[in-house]
Design a protein around this ligand. Sequence first.
Ligand code: DP6
Length: 342
Amino acid sequence: MHKQYIFTAEVPSNIALIKYWGKRDAAQQWPENDSLSMTLDSARTHTSAQIAASGSDVIRRADGQGVVTAYTSSSDKAVRHLAFLRRELGFSAALEIATHNTFPTGCGIASSASGLGALTLAAIAAWTGSASLTELETADFPRERLAHLARMGSGSAGRSLFGGYVAWHAGSSPSAQRIEPLAVDWPLTDIIALVSRQEKAVGSSAGHLTVRSSPLFLPRLAGLPARLRLVEAALAAHDLPALGHAIEAEALEMHAVMLSSEPRLAYLQPRTSELLAWLRQQREEQGLAAYFTIDAGPNVHIICAPHTAPEVVQRLNTAFPDLALITDRTGQGPLLYRRPTH
Ligand code: DP6
């Protein structure tokens, strides 16, 4: 009998140091600006795909408690992306997909980067019968092509298809976009302080469409190329104070745009501000070498060298005993493998 296989992709989340905030063309997922992120290690989505005997696509998603829900409706972002991939690439077989996150779902950590990235890899692996990333490349799916397909599901997902530090260049037209890893080998730690576990009221996809209503947006765009160069230079030189200074300014600027958009997007919470003030004080008075960034939510990512991380965690636990922390680090990017179904 013909052997059946299950194809599994493990794709990490990433934290943006220069933020993707705003789309020039939503249908083609063309961003307003270049962005740059650090791929994480342990915060991943595991997604398995196999060819279904018949019928239509189904995505079974397990939550943190192991409760599995089946999704088939096009109101689901992942179901829509699967339909897009099939149309775009011309594959016909229906897929059975099973997916879960290694980090608690609904904890306020964005899962769309890892989730849409893992779905893209697992589905194309199942359709092409590829047992590894190398086999996918042989099947005419080199990594950058996969990254662009993932980007169509969620912009930030494109960056998760590479390890280390990854730049997404907007280019001068939608088809001139580039997603590529930087030649930087510098492991850093990301300590995520979970200010809120609630789902955000306005998701990123809707937020991206309001940027031009902010009077701060065009000045932001004008200044971004210089900041990107600063961040790239700081990464190349392993210069943490320079990197930290730039990423803090970047996160605050994105939130200034959000707060001055119509409708107003207020993601930060009082606890977020308390943490930022605390971190600044720790740096100025205690010499703690740690810097923040924040995505479209209230949680604070504290970036530091791995050898400083235990100290940061200990001080955070003392100052904010009720705050949950997740510690992650620079990761190597996705994995892909297959096993027989029986
Ligand atoms: C604030 O990638 O979630 O995290 O392309 O609509 O899926 P869609 O948006 P998404 O936006 C991420 C926004 C951000 C910054 C970033 O990751 O660069």
